[in-house]
Design a binder for this molecule. Structure first.
Ligand SMILES: Nc1ncnc2c1ncn2[C@@H]1O[C@H](COP(=O)(O)OP(=O)(O)OP(=O)(O)O)[C@@H](O)[C@H]1O
Ligand SMILES: [Mg+2]
Length: 604
């Protein structure tokens, strides 16, 4: 944590030095503030007159040794000077520290986001997006507020306390002891309360994070919620979390509200002692009236920072809770490890091999893949079938290393994929998934997603090959049409064509298709299959399909069952074998006679 703070603050160290200088000045002004009154009382109003302190005479030497009114004028000059100094130092300090705070928050957000991008998908299986969202926004803002506002106050307060304690001891050390006797107890007390506050705030922030998560989930699945008329359930869930958040916030407030009243009591006792004992000292001429004035002024000022500090304890607690939450993201180690000697892979020929691959999401459970073995020769197509939930999608997600296998190896061109650099590996693998997600942006941008920096010409060519050009040019804004968050304005088939254009422009030797036609009706399926055929030419293709027509002409078909490759061979071989595949085929073609129409031919 401390290291993180240092790293974050490092770029701003010169600004920070300036801020510290401003704070020192501000503190010095705070300590000097009651002195003009002392000078007036001791050197102008009372008899005998005491000499003006040496430092004060620097302001205007001739006034310091003049008559009573001249000394009063000197005091007035000091009042104004102190006020101007305080104002200037305060302005510079607060402005500069705000720039540091904003800069740190900016760096922190980018750093956290960068880290999130590198985390393995297994991290997201366990985390709620809403919680991450709330940390990246609310928690970072809390840290920024703390850095830019509270720090100045806290440091200046502490400096002022220190300065005043020193001055008091110099003036009259025995008397000063009475005034500061209570300080250690206050500090211990504040420290203890701070701990309690921190606990309650941790709770509050957690619930607030849950709330963002709940709202986010609810909004994201609004279609589903409305379709099933489950608005009441969502509302009840939110109401529950919202009430919890209210209760937790009130509890935190209760603890905090105790602070000020409890602190004010010992402060009053101290002040009472100082006034009582001080009067007796003055009557015995052991102390001047001016010194007592400075003491009482200090006491009032001196306990204000202490009270402030206890208030800051709260802000400090909030910030440290926020920092812990950010730290939890930055510290998440679900990063897919890259070997130190990893190499940038050469252009793949496209041979893929699975050797004894074992993988499970939940390491405590039975693995999803128990022992998977097969090989795909470069440029060939392998079809993957199996019951729903048998692990087909899981199996292919290991190739780009969204997850790492628990045991066994996956090779591309004979080399373990873990010895390649992650970026170089993923860059050579193309995907078309069951549902193509469109990013907010233009259609052109969405196609170019596969290869940043693609020219307009390349985009159009890819769209033409993917047979998407026709419907895109029919749109009023063509390639410049913007699509919403999740591309709701396009049909499922059109989105798939965009997905294919994306893969085409990326031009990868290895292509993974996970039920690319599953969500389409028979007519759009034909178009998409046509486009896919062009895409597949000359690449190594792994194609997962429920509808057997899609993969009937694959070079090899494998059937996944119980975590292993149960059957392997061409369509004819598997049919002849009369096993699970043949059974699947029989069921499908009884149920869906219409699918018998044009079968897919796959070149390559
Ligand atoms: N992210 C995940 N975290 C935990 N378990 C998962 C995750 N994804 C899938 N599973 C589990 O792993 C098993 C295999 O899922 P997978 O999605 O690979 O099946 P599939 O063969 O692709 O099914 P389908 O044909 O329905 O797409 C299932 O039991 C599923 O519940
Ligand atoms: Mg699947």
């Amino acid at each position: 944590m401390v290291r993180l703070v240092f790293q974050l603050v490092r770029p701003y160290r010169w600004l920070l030095v300036t801020v510290v200088a401003a704070m020192l000045l501000q503190a010095a002004m705070g300590v000097a503030a009651p002195w003009p009154l002392k000078i007036v009382i001791d050197s102008a109003l009372t008899t005998p007159r005491h000499p003006v302190p040496r430092w004060a005479s620097w302001f205007a030497p001739m006034l310091a040794h003049g008559d009573r009114m001249q000394v009063a004028a000197l005091a007035a000059i000091i009042v104004v000077t102190v006020a101007v100094g305080t104002a200037l130092a305060g302005y510079v300090g607060h402005y500069l520290i705000e720039s540091i705070g904003q800069g740190v928050a900016n760096d922190l957000r980018l750093r956290a986001y960068h880290h999130l991008q590198r985390l393995s998908l297994s991290y997201y299986d366990r985390q709620q997006v809403g919680t991450i969202l709330s940390t990246l926004t609310a928690d970072v803002t809390t840290i920024q507020n703390f850095a830019s506002q509270a720090t100045v106050n806290i440091v200046v307060d502490m400096l002022i306390i220190l300065g005043m304690v020193i001055v008091m001891f110099v003036l009259r050390w025995d008397f000063a002891l009475i005034a500061v006797a209570v300080l250690p107890f206050l500090i211990i007390f504040v420290a203890r309360v701070r701990k309690a506050i921190k606990k309650t705030i941790t709770e509050v922030r957690k619930i607030q994070g849950d709330m963002v998560a709940a709202v986010q989930e609810g909004l994201q699945s609004m279609e589903l919620v409305e379709a099933f008329e489950r608005e009441d359930i969502q509302e009840r869930q939110l109401a529950r979390i919202s009430r919890l958040s209210m209760e937790a916030a009130l509890k935190a407030r209760r603890v905090r509200a105790l602070l000020a009243p409890i602190i004010s009591l010992p402060i009053a006792v101290c002040t009472a002692l100082v006034i009582w004992h001080g009067t007796s000292l003055i009557l015995r001429h052991a102390m001047t009236l001016g010194t007592l004035t400075v003491f009482t002024a200090y006491l009032a000022r001196f306990f204000r920072p202490v009270q402030d500090l206890s208030g800051q304890a709260d802000i400090f607690a909030q910030a440290s809770v926020a920092a812990q939450r950010v730290q939890a993201i930055l510290g998440a180690e679900a990063i897919i490890p890259e070997r130190p000697d990893a190499v940038d892979p050469p252009p793949f020929r496209g041979e893929i091999g699975y050797q004894g691959v074992v993988f499970g999401y939940d390491k405590a459970d039975d693995p999803v893949l128990r022992n998977v073995n097969f090989t795909v020769t470069p440029g060939k197509m392998i079809g993957v079938v199996g019951e729903t939930g048998s692990g087909k999608s899981t199996m292919v997600s290991l190739i780009p290393r969204f997850y790492d296998a628990d045991a066994g190896t996956i090779t591309i061109d004979g080399t373990d994929i873990r010895s390649y650099k992650l970026h170089g590996l993923r860059r050579q693998i193309g995907f078309v998934l069951q549902d193509t997600v469109l990013f907010r942006g233009t259609l052109g941008d969405n196609i170019a997603l596969g290869r940043p920096g693609a020219t307009d010409d390349e985009i159009v060519r890819a769209a033409k090959a993917a047979m998407a050009d026709e419907f895109i040019t029919d749109l009023p804004h063509g390639y410049d049409t913007t699509v919403g968050d999740r591309g709701v304005t396009l049909s499922g088939g059109q989105r798939q064509l965009i997905g294919i254009a994306r893969a085409l422009i990326r031009d990868n030797p290895i292509l993974i298709l996970d039920e690319p036609t599953a969500s389409l009706d028979a007519e759009s399926e034909q178009v998409v299959i046509e486009a896919l055929k062009r895409l597949m030419t000359g690449r190594t293709v792994i194609c997962i399909a429920h509808r057997l027509t899609t993969i009937r002409d694959a070079d090899t078909i494998i059937l996944i069952k119980d975590g292993v490759v149960a059957e392997e061979g061409s369509h004819e071989e598997l049919m002849a074998r009369n096993g699970a595949y043949a059974e699947l085929h029989r069921i499908q073609f009884q149920d869906e006679p219409s699918v018998n129409s044009p079968s897919v031919e796959v070149d390559g």
